[in-house]
Design a protein around this ligand. Structure first.
Ligand code: XLS
Ligand code: CA
Ligand code: CA
Length: 437
């Protein structure tokens, strides 16, 4: 069979001392860490849109790498793209992929034609999944690229657009089921607004919730047993997104009675755009029971947009894996590399090297997070910091067994209170010595 990456070998683990750029330094899939193999912990996924489709265009220039896969006809391109995708996952030892409907098959002149094209291409993808033993982590519908969605999809001012979006989601769910996908994502691409001058915010938010409810009910009725996720993002493309960050999404889900049906897909770059750390969003998702899946990438803190860079920051990966270990690991989610090479990194080899860098970073993060947790000093420190809630008045506060009167009496009797030092720098130095010592 024709190879699309003939110069790239299968990537294997060679250890941290290797100078071979096409080898894993830390990702050793069958190595056991904290009771599970790295493969089981990390559940890496390839993002179809960046890896197989995006050519490096930006606002100022055209693509720098061709993704036509040697064909002119769009359907032949889509088929070649599928062959290339599975070759790439096979060579990188990645078990899962994520896709939008429009990534895998070109949109047709009508909805019916688009659907027919999707049927044809997903037949091939199913064959390739079996051949290469690969799975879908999650599917989704692209409800933001086509100009019909310029006012949003579920939040569009036009009911016809809403209906079109519903039809597209219905099909994307059917395809996710056909491909055995373990999840389905709602990222609200243009589900927001630019100005309130022309916007009925109440209707838009209610409609978005209606669409989500219908999608879940339909999916369950056709036997989808996977998880639904909402992926928060604060801006880009619209100025005000209804899915701004984890807290906003959680309150939206609760407001509309969708909280039992959805979890969160937390993306690192979206967290920082919202003015949070990646770990903050993960912690909130974990503590509230909404943790689901992760889009592993990183932004550039000097830039105000979604750069979707491959994650190479070991601290961030460590804290991400710390939260994932603490939540008990993924169930149906995984680490999807929603990431692309920089525009100037314009060869296929750059794509492989980027994935290797991302996978190694998270493998290292996993080991370091396990080290921090096993060491125990950090957890112990936090426990001791809140020790006053374990007994006496603190325990009564936690148990809801105290009134304002009683607290006033207590405070009056106690006099001035002392709360001790936070010892942040001590902790930071301790983490450094655990990570690098
Ligand atoms: C865009 C989002 C998108 C979702 C899937 O910023 O990250 O790619 O992950 O629609
Ligand atoms: Ca994403
Ligand atoms: Ca993104």
């Amino acid at each position: 069979m024709k190879q699309f990456y003939p110069d790239i070998p299968k990537i294997t683990f060679e250890g941290s001392k290797t100078e071979n750029p096409l080898a894993f330094r830390y990702y050793n899939p069958e190595e056991t860490v904290a009771g599970k193999t790295m493969r089981e912990h990390l559940r890496f996924a390839m993002s179809y849109w960046h890896t197989m489709v995006a050519e490096g265009t930006d606002m100022f220039g055209v693509g720098t790498v061709s993704k036509d896969y040697g064909a002119d006809d769009p359907m032949q391109q889509a088929k070649n793209k599928a062959y290339a995708a599975f070759e790439l996952m096979d060579k990188l030892n990645i078990d899962y992929y994520c896709f939008h409907d429009r990534d895998v098959a070109p949109e047709g002149a009508t909805l019916a034609e688009s659907n027919q094209r999707l049927d044809e291409i997903t037949d091939l993808m199913l064959e390739l999944q079996t051949k290469y033993n690969k799975k879908v982590l999650w599917g989704t519908a692209n409800l933001f690229s086509n100009p019909r969605y310029r006012h949003g999809a579920g939040t569009a001012c036009s009911a016809d657009v809403f209906a079109f979006a519903a039809a597209q989601i219905k099909k994307a769910i059917e395809l996710t089921v056909k491909l055995g996908g373990e999840g389905y994502v709602f990222w609200g691409g243009r589900e927001g607004y630019e100005t309130l001058l022309n916007t009925d915010m109440k209707l838009e938010r209610e409609n978005l919730a209606r669409l989500m409810r219908m999608a879940v009910d339909y999916a369950r009725s056709i036997g989808f047993t996977g998880d639904f996720y909402v992926e928060p993002k604060p801006k880009e493309p619209t100025k005000h997104q209804y899915d701004f960050d984890a807290a906003t999404v959680i309150s939206f889900l609760q407001e509309f009675g969708l909280d039992k049906d959805f979890k969160l897909n937390i993306e690192a770059n979206h967290a920082t755009l919202a003015g949070h750390t990646f770990q903050h969003e993960l912690r909130l998702a974990r503590e509230t029971g909404f943790f689901g899946s992760v889009d592993a990438n990183q932004g550039d803190l000097l830039l105000g947009w979604d750069t979707d860079q491959f994650p190479t920051d070991v601290y961030d990966a460590t804290w991400c894996m710390y939260e994932i270990l603490k939540v008990g690991g993924f169930t149906k989610g995984g680490l999807n590399f929603d990431a692309k090479t920089r525009r100037a990194s314009s060869t296929f080899e750059d794509i492989f090297i980027s994935y290797i860098a991302g996978m190694d970073t998270f493998a290292l993060g996993l080991k370091l997070a396990d080290k921090i947790i096993s060491d125990g000093r950090l957890d112990q420190f936090v426990k001791e910091r809140y020790a006053s809630y374990q007994e006496g008045i603190g325990k009564k506060i936690r148990d809801g067994a105290v009134s304002m009167d009683e607290l006033e009496k207590y405070a009056l009797a106690k006099g001035e209170v002392e709360t001790g030092t936070g010892r942040q720098e001590y902790l930071e130095a301790m983490i450094n010595s655990l990570m690098f010592g």
